[in-house]
Ligand binder design. Structure first.
Ligand SMILES: C[S@@+](CC[C@H](N)C(=O)[O-])C[C@H]1O[C@@H](n2cnc3c(N)ncnc32)[C@H](O)[C@@H]1O
Length: 202
């Protein structure tokens, strides 16, 4: 596992920028997405969770880095929002029994495939009927044009694997392709990504 604490400590600015991820904003702008609660899988220093909380959504966020989690809590404070933040490893973390969410967001979770697959499965199980699963991350299948990414195949989203973990959900939108990113010091340039919006049946 990469040393995420070190990465969050050594940069003087927010690693992935101040603003929420573009796909998160795009999904939230849809007229059929109307959520009251959200689970953020690997929310890092908190840009996405805080932005959702600022819209009145009750947000629970999990990230393995206690440094990022502390930084996120400070940012939440500065923004005047409250997010339930948990520093935990998605290899073992499970939501409390009975806890459910209207949506789960997995934005650039960068970890081994087995952990990512588990995270997708526990998030999908914790969705309310008609709940949404939203993901974006650097992915396999790059045609060679993506400049960004972790540089290790096991850390890339595997579209087929994600889709198979969500086989009983409706796929509303899926894109494998090159996008331009301008999200902080770490995500600036072109990246080959997988974007996914899936909905649990009612
Ligand atoms: C590329 S960052 C993205 C952070 C955030 N989602 C964002 O887009 O701003 C990847 C995040 O995954 C987290 N992470 C990696 N492995 C993890 C694991 N096993 N359990 C929980 N979080 C993990 C890291 O700590 C880091 O914050």
């Amino acid at each position: 596992m990469a040393d995420w604490n070190k990465r969050y400590l050594e940069t003087g600015e927010r690693l992935f920028g101040e603003n929420p991820n573009e796909y998160v904003r795009e999904v939230m702008a849809r007229s059929d997405v109307n959520i009251s609660s959200a689970l953020m899988i690997a929310d890092g220093d908190g840009r996405n969770g805080a932005w959702l909380a600022a819209q009145g959504i009750q947000v629970t966020a999990v990230d393995i880095s206690d440094v990022a989690t502390e930084q996120a809590l400070e940012h939440d404070d500065a923004m005047g929002v409250t997010v339930e933040r948990i520093a935990a490893d998605l290899e073992t973390w499970t939501p409390d029994p009975g806890r459910t969410f209207d949506a789960a967001f997995m934005i650039y979770l960068q970890c081994e495939t087995a952990v990512r697959q588990r995270a997708v499965e526990i998030a999908a199980r914790a969705l309310n009927p008609n709940g949404w699963f939203v993901a974006e991350g650097f992915a396999t299948g790059d045609d060679g044009s993506g400049e960004l990414g972790p540089g290790k195949d096991d850390l890339l989203y595997d579209p087929e694997g994600l889709l198979s973990a969500l086989a009983d959900m409706r796929i509303v939108h899926a894109l494998s392709g090159r996008v331009h990113l301008d999200e902080g010091v770490k995500h600036r340039g072109t990246g080959w990504v997988f974007r996914l919006l899936a909905r649990r049946n009612g």
